[in-house]
Design a protein around this ligand. Structure first.
Ligand code: NAI
Length: 372
């Protein structure tokens, strides 16, 4: 296939969907060629020359990349002006935001075949392609670094001639990929960490990282409700949410939150909780894009309310553009390797394959709805 890498144009997006490392691997198959838009890697510290040395051609404009490619590798889904340039028959792979129905309908109307990597099933075979995990890992790390930066105190306990400084207390809500990395990072900085999650299975993982697992008193019904067969969290009962809120209210220092992807975020930090927190406490709300775990956080801003610093950055991976791109590009390479026929290099949209079928959001002029 002729693979195109345009420069990302969404505001604040610094990542790029391919790196010299992944381009070399694509070209080594001898069935693919790669064309990169000039400047596509600049914000991730990759020069055009590095792409060229890896074997890619360089094009001056996005339009030229679109005209010369069969497959586009993107980080974010095309915005309306990009979609308008896509020729019929183009295949697009990226974070296409499948919940953005008008965006996907517009792609379908252009005759594009779209694969949304958010929709990859979380199965063992798809692990190497799991962009949500690779990027959430970065977000969990960066959330703690930002929290430490905003917090006007030390993270570790310090014993000095001028007296002892207590360690910061960190509470992590949601111990998924981002939450576990947040715990590990806060631990390295010397904080005292507590965490909780609705899935009891996370207790062992939390404890293995040196944090204390806080248990919300649960009934058998809660336990059954907590986890889907696919290993994801479900929404909990109102009664459970009330007990959980009471637990959060009892604690408060620096809090990083992480929650259920693809669903509106449940409110875990109510205004009363924020009001009762010590002034100078920091909340990093990772779920801000899904409405936030705290109704007071504001998207892409740091605000101070009731003396508490609330961080609502929606694209933390973009703040670590080089590593985020390196991991994202490897995930995408794994997906392309599955999609392309190894002999001819042509795309094989095999709907019998649960990974291909899972990620497919539009084809043949129509929006493809998920099976589950
Ligand atoms: P994940 O699915 O691995 O983890 C979410 C965890 O939250 C699960 O362990 C789940 O059991 C838990 N959870 C669900 N309801 C809960 C409740 N009521 N109380 C406590 N725990 C609960 O998801 P991942 O990949 O760690 O992402 C977490 C969040 O971070 C998502 O909302 C995602 O969209 C967001 N995110 C934000 C980024 C940013 O830059 N702001 C970047 C990457 C992810």
């Amino acid at each position: 296939m002729r693979i195109g890498i345009p420069k990302e144009i969404r505001p604040g997006e610094t990542r790029v969907a391919a790196t010299p490392e992944t381009i070399k691997k694509l070209i080594a198959t001898q069935v693919h060629t790669v064309i990169v838009q000039a400047g596509a890697g600049m914000a991730a510290n990759i020069s055009d020359q590095q792409f060229e040395t890896a074997g890619a051609g360089i094009s001056d404009t996005a339009a030229d990349v679109y005209a010369r490619a069969d497959l586009l590798l993107k980080v974010r889904g095309p915005d309306p002006c990009e979609t308008a340039m896509l020729p019929p028959g183009m295949i697009v792979v990226g974070l296409l935001a499948p919940h953005d129905r008008p965006g996907i309908e517009a792609l379908a109307a252009r005759g594009v075949t779209g694969f949304a990597l958010e929709r990859l099933p979380r199965i063992t075979r798809a692990q190497t392609m799991d962009v949500l995990s690779s990027q959430a890992n970065i977000a969990g790390y960066k959330a703690v670094i930002i929290a430490a930066n905003e917090y006007g105190r030390f993270m570790p306990m310090l014993m000095t001639a001028a007296g002892t400084v207590k360690a910061a207390r960190v509470l992590v809500l949601g111990a998924g990929v981002a939450g576990l990395q947040a715990i590990a990072t806060a631990k390295r900085l010397g904080a005292v960490i507590e965490a909780f999650d609705v899935r009891p299975a996370t207790k062992e993982q939390v404890e293995s990282l040196g944090a204390k697992f806080i248990e919300v008193p649960v009934s058998e019904d809660d336990r059954r409700q907590a986890e889907t067969a696919g290993g994801y969290a479900r929404e909990m009962s109102e009664d459970y949410q009330r007990r959980q809120a009471a637990l959060v209210d009892e604690r408060s220092r620096i809090i990083t939150t992480a929650l259920i992807p693809g669903k509106p975020a449940p409110v875990l930090l109510r205004e009363e909780t924020i009001r009762s927190m010590k002034p100078g406490s920091v909340v990093v709300d990772l779920a801000v894009e899904q409405g936030g775990n705290c109704p007071l956080t504001e998207r892409d801003r740091i605000v101070v309310k009731h003396g508490v610093i609330l961080v609502g950055y929606s694209n933390l991976p973009a703040m670590l553009a080089a590593d985020a791109s390196a991991l994202y590009a490897r995930n995408v390479l794994a997906f392309v390797t599955l999609l392309a026929d190894s002999k001819s290099g042509a795309a094989n949209v095999n709907r019998e394959d649960e990974i291909i079928a899972g990620a497919l959001v539009c084809a043949d002029g129509r929006v493809v709805t998920p099976q589950t």
